[in-house]
Design a protein around this ligand. Structure first.
Ligand code: N01
Length: 542
């Protein structure tokens, strides 16, 4: 390739040259490698700091880790044969199943030989004079490539809050996203801080095996049953038979979760009918189904939202036996975080070995050698303290690598007022850098969005190679406008009024801004198609 020759002329022999370097070997990195290597014939290397492939699913191996997207939409739709061959046995896939699926896909396409594991990228610097990226790794090597693809994942930089005295704790401390293989919980006194999607899963999964579980809850959660379980052969066969119809529907839908999104306003039906619809959804399972398959306005209309809240609060009252515990578990704010689902979360608090501490009423004062001391003076003695405290999402992953674009501009400075992108996949001043799930991409079930973005990037790189273009960069004005569009759409939803990682509100000091395009995958794909059809409107090439 032209790019390789250029680099050989310009850089020392100890630098290995590629056409493209991919950072990350999760869903995005794997498919990107396949497209660029096997379809475009480029020389490509993917790097991941993990010891195995899988991205999020390599790291998040805490007990109870389960995807909340149903199995048939949590896979590589691009591998049609694999979709037909792979055995669908459960309605949802858990972490070990997903990891084994991804490993199988990697081997099936002979991708492993081009993935370098246990290698963290420490810096990526763009050299404008030769339009190439220079990438350094933590083992002291340097690589260069014409294209840099960051497939870092949305949720990989962990959020570990600092509590006074944390270093004194004599027991074991784990963040759920760095779960050690040798963690022992059986019979132990375990504390969990955090009750988001992760917290709900880990709490429900470990309660039956630990000696005592203390849950430190800052915000109560609205959660509904996930409805997981084995599926019949007929169910699996039906999905495989309907592959085309399912994926056409997924790609044109807003949320890409594989169900028909409702077009019925909540208040258009009688209270009895409303309750029946919520009840059916509760029994059927699924967080996104509860929020978006029931009615079309729970995420945008306060009255509709309140009706859904009330239904869930009534369920908490019904399920949780101790009224004081039920009160603490009952959220009173908007039902407008990423919707949760669980495998018996509220009922877990009926167990005699589980206690709940509301840290808004009774804050954590300090972590001691023996456990956690709360403001009421109680020292909760623990052998293990689990942080289910989430992530510095979206741009957090980028800030941990020294990424420098034009004129040495660092991505941290470029995004000092919050991250931005043009169409989620590119940002000005960082030529030839493509982001898979960059800021302001669709808020959906992720694999279909990842596939959309990988295919778009691959098309653009193919276009550049075919036309012998050295460099692409988005127009800053188009990038600004994309941010405005994302903000305007987000502001029409109630999500923008809830404090969660979706808007950066979970990290002290993080810019509270828009991080997602909430217009849906279908409309996003239409925008991408129109940009592509208009000779990549908004991109400059050289
Ligand atoms: O993280 P979170 P998560 N003191 O940020 C609490 C995906 N995911 O890992 O709400 C005390 O949602 C914090 O409290 P508050 C999914 O996209 C998917 O659970 O900020 N508590 C909250 O309770 C999800 O949305 C799946 O008041 C503190 C919790 O920690 C995303 O990952 C499974 C605290 C963090 O919740 C993130 O979920 C798991 C402090 N100082 C994850 N700091 C499925 O597919 C934070 N908290 C099912």
């Amino acid at each position: 390739m032209t790019s390789t020759v250029l680099a050989k002329r310009s850089v020392g022999t100890d630098i290995i040259n590629y056409d493209a370097i991919i950072i990350g070997a999760g869903f995005g990195g794997i498919y990107m490698l396949k497209k660029l290597r096997d379809e475009l014939g480029l020389k490509v290397r993917a790097f991941d700091k993990a010891a195995g492939i899988g991205g999020t699913w390599f790291w998040n191996r805490y007990p109870g880790a389960l995807s909340d997207s149903e199995t048939f939409v949590y896979c590589f739709s691009w591998d049609r044969e694999l979709c037909q061959e792979w055995d669908i046995t459960t309605r949802y896939v858990d972490q070990p199943q997903i990891l084994s699926y991804l490993n199988h896909a990697v081997d099936r396409h002979d991708l492993r030989k081009d993935i370098q594991l246990e290698t963290a990228i420490t810096s990526a610097v763009f050299d404008e004079s030769i339009t190439r990226w220079f990438v350094s790794t933590d083992d002291g090597h340097q690589y260069s490539a014409k294209y840099l693809v960051t497939a870092l994942g949305l949720l990989s930089a962990t959020n570990v809050p600092k509590f006074k005295g944390q270093e004194k704790f004599k027991g074991k401390m784990y963040h759920t996203a760095h779960w050690p293989a040798d963690a022992v919980l059986d019979g132990k006194r375990v504390g969990v801080i955090g009750t988001g999607s992760t917290g709900c899963q880990v709490i429900t999964a470990i309660a039956p095996i630990v000696g005592h579980l203390t849950v430190f809850q800052r915000s109560p959660q609205y959660t509904v049953p996930v409805g997981n379980g084995p599926v019949s052969r007929e169910y699996a066969d039906e999905i495989k038979r309907n592959y085309d119809a399912i994926w056409n529907e997924v790609r044109s839908s807003r949320l890409a979760f594989g169900f028909k999104e409702s077009n019925i306003p909540t208040m258009s039906v009688s209270p009895e009918e409303r309750k029946e619809i919520f009840q059916r959804a509760w029994e059927g399972g699924g967080g996104f189904r509860f929020m978006f398959e029931t009615f079309n306005d729970i995420a945008v209309d306060e009255q509709a939202n309140f009706a859904a809240q009330e239904f869930i609060r009534d369920k908490i009252k019904e399920i949780v036996k101790d009224p004081e515990t039920a009160r603490k578990l009952m959220p009173r704010d908007l039902y407008a975080k990423r919707p949760l689902c669980d495998s018996g979360y509220y009922a877990t608090f009926n167990r005699p070995n589980v206690s709940l501490v509301d840290v808004k009423e009774n804050p954590i004062e300090e972590i001691t050698a023996a456990g956690v001391r709360t403001a009421d003076g109680v020292e909760h003695e623990l052998d293990v303290l689990v942080f289910a405290t989430g992530f510095d999402a979206v741009d957090g992953n980028y800030k941990r690598i020294d990424i420098r674009g034009r004129n040495g501009l660092s991505i941290k400075d470029h995004w000092s007022d919050g991250p931005s992108s043009y169409l989620s996949m590119s940002t000005s001043n960082f030529p030839n850098m493509f982001m898979i799930l960059g800021p302001n991409g669709p808020f959906t079930n992720l694999p279909p969005t990842i596939e959309t973005e990988v295919e778009w990037v691959s098309d653009m790189i193919g276009f550049m190679e075919e036309n012998e273009l050295a460099c692409m960069e988005p127009d800053p004005e188009c990038e600004r406008q994309w941010g405005v569009t994302c903000r305007e759409i987000a502001d029409q939803t109630l999500f923008a009024r809830a404090e969660s990682w979706i808007f950066g509100a979970n990290i002290p000091g993080k810019t509270n801004t828009v991080y997602f395009y909430m217009g849906g995958l279908g409309p996003f794909r239409e925008i991408l198609a129109s940009v592509q059809n208009e000779d990549y409107r908004g991109f400059k090439f050289k």
